[in-house]
Design a protein around this ligand. Sequence first.
Ligand SMILES: Nc1ncnc2c1ncn2[C@@H]1O[C@H](COP(=O)(O)OP(=O)(O)OP(=O)(O)O)[C@@H](O)[C@H]1O
Length: 509
Amino acid sequence: MSESTPAGTDARDGDDSADAVTAGRDGEDPLLEVRGLRKYYYENDSLFDRLLGREPTSVKAVDGVDLEVYQGETLGVVGESGCGKSTTGETLLRLREATDGTVRFDGENVMEMADDELTRFRKRAGIVFQDPFSSLDPRMTVGDIVSEGLKIHNLPEESPDDGRSKREWRRERAKELLERVGLSADQIDRYPHEFSGGQRQRVGIARALALDPEFIVLDEPVSALDVSVQAQILNLLEDLQEDFGLTYLFIAHDLSVVRHICDRVAVMYLGEVVETGPTDAIFESPKHPYTEALLESVPRASVEEQGRRVDALSGDVPSPRDPPSGCHFRTRCPKVIQPATVDIPQEQYRGVMNLRDRLERQGFTADSVWDTLESEHDGDDFERDTVAFKEAMREEFDLAGLSGATMDTVEDALEILANGREEEAADRLRSSFASPCEEEDPALIGGEHAAACHLFADEEFDRDLDPDEVGTAMGGMAPPEPSAVPDDAELDPDDIDDIDDAVGSDDDR
Ligand SMILES: Nc1ncnc2c1ncn2[C@@H]1O[C@H](COP(=O)(O)OP(=O)(O)OP(=O)(O)O)[C@@H](O)[C@H]1O
């Protein structure tokens, strides 16, 4: 795949997708509009690599993202680590050059901005980074850190009328900003190491505010902080938004944080937006199985709730060096669609697909199973027993209890695998169990609350799915239902209010 792949060449960039993402606030143009954003990193791409005959590999960190953020709102971007959230934030600010796509800010194409235009954009759009420990230069005082942007932009343009030098003006401005974020002006000459994590993040926020921006990317601004300090920083961000009319893109992996600060949410998985909608809709009736699984993974407060917690997101996010074909989530999706010829319990279909994925993409070998069986064997004379091998595999992949032709195919594949022919075993499973989810990357459809999932591929979300169309293809599954929402996720709004009173208490100063 080349860097120059034009936007609009795959299913995700089709008309449906465009309709979905433009269905924002009625008649209002977004402050920030992102279309078909791609950022691929290239590895093994140096002259040295080429001399050694190594093929360059692309890491599709962001792969066709559409977003819009309206004036004064907070759009949350959530997803597990490695889904491309930070790369999206940094690329849309042009801190990284995009591989493809457009970003419009207040109607201007950011990707085409040069020199003065780009400088003006950088004043209007800022960023707060996740890690308050590494994002502040330890050799600079907080005053210099906060006023650095002013200096770079040569502000103030004219010397102040009151006789102060530009430097003195910047120092005063830094003091005002420190106070505005809940620190003391007296702390201006201190160094980052003299501050707590929460205080450092306040410094990072003051730095982002220095140029009077309209739009700020908040890249996991509270993830590195204790929960009580998180609430204080979230309150501060909300106050600042109100006072200065700020617009935020708020990146987080923690849905409980997003719920209380975001107006709308975009859920990312492996470089793509898989669901987007108003925050309440996302929490109360998630549509995408990935969003449902993320919600299930939100820590519950009460012991009772913890008992109900399920390990909804098993396995790791696949590598963006080799994303799965079709729907990227299909290798972990509990609702992956069965082909029309198969109708087995969904857990077992998931098990078959897990085995296939391990064989096809994760280098799973029969030898590793034999080694385990040997290590569990008591006596000296271990003999390879295919029956024991198949039994172990059935247990590992939830394959017990199958019957008929499905069982025959699985048993066949396990027999082939036991003989060390991994590729052939995968082929056997693929020929009978390939899912429609593997074929095409689903488009983001559904208007204001949109999802990219084959379960909804051709229809509006609120209709009943036609059983003839998906019928056995869904393995007897009902169409997705709204998930229970953990109302008591870690940050209760009441907690935030309570903690608000504590802002300014000694523990964070
Ligand atoms: N400079 C780089 N070179 C190669 N790959 C990269 C580079 N930067 C990021 N990546 C990869 O791109 C993918 C997306 O990374 P990104 O940091 O945007 O994800 P994220 O969702 O923000 O995760 P996190 O919450 O861990 O920061 C990851 O697989 C990451 O390893």
